[in-house]
Design a protein around this ligand. Sequence first.
Ligand code: BDR
Ligand code: CA
Length: 312
Amino acid sequence: MEKRKVILDCDPGHDDAIAIMLAAKSPLLDLLGVTVVAGNQTLDKTVMNALNVCQHLNLDVPVYRGCGQPMIRDKQVVAPNIHGESGLDGPVFAPLTRQAEPQHAVLYLVETLLQSDGDITVVTTGPMTNLAMAIRLNPDILPKIKEIVLMGGTYQLGNVTPAAEFNVFADADAAHVVFTSGRKITMVGLDVSRKALCLPSVMARMGQIQTPAGKLFVEIMTYFNQTQKQVFGWDGAPLHDPITIAFLIDPTVLTTKAMFTQIDIRSDQSYGRTNCDFFQKSGQQPNSFVAVDIDVAKFWDIIEAGLRAYDE
Ligand code: BDR
Ligand code: CA
């Protein structure tokens, strides 16, 4: 079977790192490139973290440095309370010898999509600045995007404000550009990721896996579980970002519902909210498939298989 071509745009980030791990070794996916954006930490740090993960796991995937600031707002929101000062606190990596590619991530997205046969899926697991900038830089890429699968948003409660989820809040204008792009969008929000909790039973299960990926998973999630407990009180961290990749591997892992989703880029109180028209009140045509449920057992099976796909 032909592998599905994927570009992963991310801000590693603990859960982003696991999304990279999962995407890079799946026999169903062809991970063309990893594009990096500021988000969980500053751009220098998220790029370094992506390179560290790729070097540690010996992944032959090019990494591109993207935008270090939101499209319009001056201030980059970062999340040291969740991801630490490095953006990937916990694991200790060997000195970094790998480097990012010389091309800017936005230019890589434009060039790669334009040259494609319209068969590339773009996955975003961070603020959507790189993808939105690429769309604005050259709208001819739009028909070339097969579909967009993004981790972000919520139709319930936010995690950075009562209304907003981090990735959308960090660059709501970019999310607005993506959600008005007219391309097929699957939104994997907190509504489902809060069901995929990395509980002690999951840690024990993944702790049995003696591959480099299995060991790195445990190191990453040990730290992530601690901060999620401190900040939100979870007994296990929601494993947000890898759900996008799990969905590409097996779409039956999610139940989705077509909804019209509008990003709040105007109000103070609810800035960055994904207003998902769950009950079809707006009369607007749906522009997104919003994940409303997740088969948690299936999700952890996919994660386990992904970690076992690495040589011991
Ligand atoms: C999202 O925010 C980041 O902290 C995570 O990496 C994830 O992409 C969850 O709101
Ligand atoms: Ca992320």
